[in-house]
Design a protein around this ligand. Structure first.
Ligand code: IPM
Ligand code: MG
Length: 371
């Protein structure tokens, strides 16, 4: 089969890790007889430098025309001075919205060989950890109104504050029932194929959006008699993730809460350089990217761990192309890499042989060999 993949390397270590994921995909294509075509386009800081905007229309078009998108990472200190609406991160938000990527899947799992890397005590993690965070990605406070207003004149008349400039700002959290319903279905469908448990995280003791969230998730749950559902307030969920992470299988939550909890969950694994993610639209279309950022501090050193991006490519094969055996082959190759004792610097322990510590390209080529 022929597949077209839009590749967005982005900034910092993005291009380096993407390079390895692309060559792993080529190796999979060779072994299984698929024709992957890669169309590389710019977004983020790289696009600001080249075109003066973080998400050029041509990039968006190329992504829409592709069967799937593979993204590295965007942003870095170089663009810190860029005003809000044109910051590199806006490219991500624009891609999510324009491509309809409402379901963000962020697995947080512990690789057996890397169990020591978790900052949690071993008895809390006994038997491993495999959590899937399903984050709503195109609604909520991220996409509500963002307003900053200078109220100096009003306040002058109302409160008689002559010299004080008074500014207020607000961001609107808004959810429609259909947005909650579709992300809940994604979570339940996934849970049905895993251990059959969904935890819905909200702040229903305070927020109307969360009360609608809870009601809607409960209604969807009726269609999934084999999946158990529990609810948790987000503050408690943040605590339980540390206290008893094994309570969780699939977590479904809003855009903002999912942003925060997925960073927390990634740290529990101790190996953020290993974690992939998928952002899915209706149908099979999706965008795939590592959970980590652009790591400008190590960009260009050849030390970045490409495994999160390589595993993101595996998720692409599984979810968008329905190529399960091919995805398995990548995941097995990553496990073989670890089992053979190889480690990138971020996951190397004090006992790792120095000749088993691999750079970005060496990691990619060893994984390709295992494929
Ligand atoms: C993420 C990031 C983004 C988000 C930023 C870069 C806009 O933190 O993907 O989690 O908040 O969604
Ligand atoms: Mg985040």
């Amino acid at each position: 089969m022929k597949y077209t993949i839009a590749v967005v390397p982005g900034d910092g270590i993005g291009p380096e890790v993407i390079g390895e994921a692309v060559s792993v995909l080529r190796a999979v294509g060779d072994r299984f007889g698929h024709d992957f075509t890669f169309n590389t386009v710019l977004a983020g800081g790289a696009a600001i430098d080249a075109f003066g905007e973080c998400l050029p229309a041509s990039t968006l078009e190329a992504c829409k025309a592709a069967d799937a998108v593979l993204l590295g990472a965007v942003g870095g200190p170089k663009w810190d001075h860029v005003p809000g609406p044109q910051r590199p991160e806006r490219a991500l938000l624009g891609l999510r919205k324009e491509l309809g990527l409402y379901a963000n899947l962020r697995p947080a799992m512990i690789f057996e060989e890397l169990a020591d890397a978790s900052p949690l005590k071993p008895d809390i993690l006994k038997g491993g950890l495999d959590i899937l965070i399903v984050r709503e990605l195109t609604g909520g406070i991220y996409f509500g109104e963002h307003v900053t207003e200078d109220l100096t004149d009003e306040l002058r008349t109302i409160n008689n504050y002559p010299e004080t400039a008074v500014i207020h700002a607000y961001d609107v959290e808004k959810y429609a029932d259909f947005e909650i319903e579709r992300i809940a279905r994604t979570a339940f469908d996934l849970a049905a194929k895993r251990s059959g448990r969904v935890t819905s995280v909200d702040k229903a003791n305070v927020l109307d959006t969360s009360r609608l969230w809870r009601r809607t998730v409960e209604a969807v749950a009726k269609d999934y008699p084999d999946v158990t559902l529990d609810h948790m307030y987000v503050d408690n969920a943040a605590m339980q993730l540390i206290r008893d992470p094994k309570h969780f299988d699939v977590i479904v939550t809003s855009n903002m809460f999912g942003d925060i909890l997925s960073d927390e969950a990634s740290q529990i694994t101790g190996s953020i350089g290993m974690l992939p993610s998928a952002s899915l639209a209706d149908g099979n279309f999706g965008m795939y990217e590592p959970v980590h950022g652009s790591a400008p501090d190590i960009a260009g050193t050849g030390k970045a761990n490409p495994i999160a991006t390589i595993l993101s490519a595996a998720m692409m094969l599984r979810y968008t192309f329905g190529l399960a055996a091919e995805a398995d082959a990548i995941e097995a190759a990553v496990r073989s890499f670890l089992a053979a004792g190889y480690r990138t610097p971020d996951i190397a322990g004090k006992d790792t042989d120095s000749d088993k510590i691999t750079g970005t390209q060496e990691t990619g080529s060893i994984i390709r060999e295992f494929i």
